[in-house]
Design a protein around this ligand. Sequence first.
Ligand code: PEP
Ligand code: MG
Length: 582
Amino acid sequence: MQADPHKPEVRLQGTAAAPGVAQGLVYLLSQGMEIVACQKVADLDAELRRFEAALVATRKEISALRDDVSKKLNASEATIFDAHLLVLEDVALIDDVTREVRKTSFNVEFCFQEVAQRYVQIFEKMEDTFLRERAADIRDVTSRVLQQLLGTQPERLGQAAQQHIVVARDLTPTETAGLHDDGILAFVTEDGGRTSHSAIMARSLGIPAVVGVQGLLEVAYDDSMMLVDGETGLVIINPSKETLESYRAKEQAIRTRRDRVMQEIALPDVLSDGGSFALLANIGSPSEMADALHYCAHGVGLYRTENLYLRLDAWPSEAEQYEEYAEAVRQAKGRTVTFRTLDLGGDKRLGELAAEANPFMGFRAIRLCLEHPEIFRPQIRALVRAATLGPIAVMFPMISGVEEMRQAKTFFRQVESELKAEKVLPAHPIKLGAMIEIPAAVSIANALAKECDFFSVGTNDLVQYLLAVDRGNPRVAALYDPCHPAVIHSLIQIFGAAAQNRIPAAVCGELAGDPVWAPLLIGLGAYELSMSPSALPEVRFVLRHSSTEDLEALCARVVAGGDPSLTRRLLQEFAASKLKSR
Ligand code: PEP
Ligand code: MG
């Protein structure tokens, strides 16, 4: 595959989100906005008649859909289509398009898209959440009208995207999950950060990804040649022959490194002097268990239960949840599966419950569950029932205080005893832990540890809240710096409190799966590290080739240095020396 020699190479820097290098043709995911060519037209009246016909056909299509949905589901689900019909009847929008066609003599699909995009931008900037969300309605309707005008089918990721690099503004976790089966080479998004959930999923799917590439959608187009470096975050459009050659060497080096670390994948989790640690997997569905076992995970350190809610796009019943958890426990074959109770909110939105101006700091995770026992109870019942099949642990997300932890525990134990009365008995005692991901939880770690059987540190959120840096916002990505001394001090405080209270501390945020970070985390006192299955081989390799003394020396230098760039350099040099020395 060759880039067009007449077009210049364009280099864009984003955030490396999932390792690996890929090159191929771009598949632009329009996400509701088609990319429409601009053409001059002679007969403007005919053009406007086409527009009127497309509006009529779209109205018919949406009305039929609304009737169908209200028959199959209920009236409230169908109201979304009423909102879409209102967009189609918006006189101002239709007048603007008509004026644009007459003024420019451009084809109506182009004018319509230009006008609709202006409307979307206006709505997106609105303060009011309700009005802001109307932008999505306009996008959706625009896409339908454009399909009528262009005679195309609704876009689906599938065949067309196979063996391509998917380029999009952003991907929802659900869309990212869909990439797996589609033979996608890599994905690149204009928005998002390294710890946004689409990036986390990319890592577990093992496809290279770069996110937060500002200006991407202005220069990437369908079928342009692209090179994606998921290790450095570099995206190169129309790469030159020389660039392609140098990357072939890099791809080869990555493959060689991968082959080497894979040779040690099944060796035990021990340091070179015999000190032990444990590596576990982060998963979000039973189907990911196969990968976890393939890479010899000791168990599951984080099962993101909200993924089921996101996949179904609805509240699952107790039976549906039980089926999923039971399958995961069965497939774990005696290894402990640590389920995290529902962590919706933030970038994992579901319906109206999480529609807020500031969702990352709003009504999410354990806060939502404690206020909605009708949601929390079926989940806990399903978990306790699954525990009859094998060992599980349960942790609560976004714990901010001792009282909250007590409430969550009390609720859990009550449901557990109700089930005991129904003769549902877990095969092993269920340990209950807290995710430590809010700075307040770090400050009170000692008191919190007395209420917990274990801690699991969620560094993705902890870094975001400690530094007040949105984990998904590319404009502040450079400030999302885990090397900040505040992060290091917090980790020391958490592990110290856990040790003092004799409870184990795990890390399940993305830092745990980073071979650059794993030595520091173990050195500072974590025992378990939980990560995307595909990250296990490299982390295991680096740790197995380190001694307790190595790790202690590394920690001492990092702590004494106290400077983010020095920390970064020390950590990178340490990991590189372990990966290169064999
Ligand atoms: C974290 O915050 O580090 C974490 C593991 O949870 P999530 O990424 O799902 O918020
Ligand atoms: Mg979190």
